[in-house]
Design a protein around this ligand. Structure first.
Ligand code: ZN
Length: 345
């Protein structure tokens, strides 16, 4: 079958589309015929390599997928051949203390399809049967493939971790990225007021068109925190959604309200930053890390998306052979929404 693979870590030129053997279904697994897959920043980290990541080369990239179940391994349940499904790429052991609490993304051996095992940028992928969920009927395969990783991440950050309530104000950094846009859509669904930031007026205007209440261009204002304080009449926001890391960390402490929550799910600008300890204790802030989601987060996210008829924001749909260009677009931060790959093209 055709797949996008790396033989070694490195730059965009390390990604190749080539023939690889079809995966075999193991016990408790199903074989998916992948119709569409979506890019994530994780794919860039995996391509570049990072400490602790030991892959068997050549490695098939990709975490998000929507497709059709074409084969069942032994011991699967709740799935049949022909089902149209989306993949929850979070892999957990099922029997550790966290898994038994239903917190699969806290599993001691948590990993992700495309990072812990061969990924979805292929015509077929073998995954645990409990990781496939029915594809929402109002979405086509391209739209459905855009959901799993970033929408569950945003759901967990907003609903499970921050406990967002209607009427609260949420600040989302770097609108245009997958998690940021998912958080915008889900926060609006939950009845929150949303402030977004970007360095691009074009992205800010697109974000307003899909529901952002306020948009701040961090390049054209002197101080983002002052701007956000003005918008909130000096109060600050209830919740900060941060997938940026080092570049935004310090600012968060100047724009969150007393007693507010800061939720971090990514470090696209770096993983080390100073923390304003005075603001942390005096303003009684809560800092939370968040990774992917539990099976329950995914189920609730899909239910909410289906009930509201919500459609994910898609930047572009491209053939698999265009993967290097697609990754380059994401690395340059040019995208607005998910980049979807057609695995059969
Ligand atoms: Zn576990």
């Amino acid at each position: 079958m055709k797949a996008a693979v790396i033989h070694e870590h490195g730059g965009l030129d390390r990604v190749r589309v080539e023939e690889v053997p079809e995966p075999k279904v193991g016990e408790g697994e199903v074989l998916l015929e992948v119709r569409s897959a979506a890019l994530n920043h994780l794919d860039i980290w995996v391509r570049k390599g990072r400490p602790g990541l030991a892959l068997r080369m050549p490695h098939v990239l990709g975490s998000d997928a929507a497709g059709i179940v074409v084969e069942l391994g032994s011991g699967t349940h709740g799935v049949k051949v022909g089902d149209e499904v989306i993949l929850n790429p979070g892999l957990s052991c099922g029997c550790c203390e966290s898994c038994l609490r239903g917190q699969q993304s806290e599993c001691i051996s948590f990993s992700i399809v495309g990072a812990g095992k061969p990924g979805t940028f292929a015509e077929k992928v073998a995954v645990p049967s409990c990781n496939v969920f029915p594809k929402p009927a109002h979405l086509n395969f391209d739209e459905a493939a855009a959901l799993p990783l970033v929408y569950q991440t945003a759901w967990r950050m907003l609903m499970t971790r921050a406990g967002l309530k209607p009427g609260e104000t949420v600040l989302i950094h770097g609108i245009g990225g997958g998690v940021a846009l998912a958080a915008l859509q889900l926060a609006k669904l939950a009845g929150a007021e949303v402030i977004v930031t970007s360095s691009s007026d074009e992205k800010l205007s697109k974000a307003r068109a899909i529901g952002a209440d306020h948009a701040v261009n961090y390049k054209s204002v002197d101080n983002v925190a002052t701007e956000v304080k003005d918008i909130t009449e000096g109060r600050g926001v209830d919740v900060v959604i941060d997938a940026i890391g080092a570049g935004t960390w310090d600012t968060n402490f100047n724009l969150v309200r007393r007693g507010g929550r800061i939720v971090l799910c990514g470090i696209t600008t770096g993983g080390e930053a100073k923390t304003n300890l005075r603001a942390l204790y005096w303003n009684q802030l809560t800092i939370m890390g968040s990774t992917m989601g539990s099976h329950e987060d995914v189920r609730l996210m899909l239910k909410a998306v289906t009930t509201a008829g919500l459609k994910p924001v898609i930047d572009s749909v491209r053939p698999l052979k265009d993967i290097a260009n697609a990754m380059g677009r994401m690395e340059a931060g040019e995208q607005f929404g998910k980049i979807v790959l057609k695995t059969s093209e």
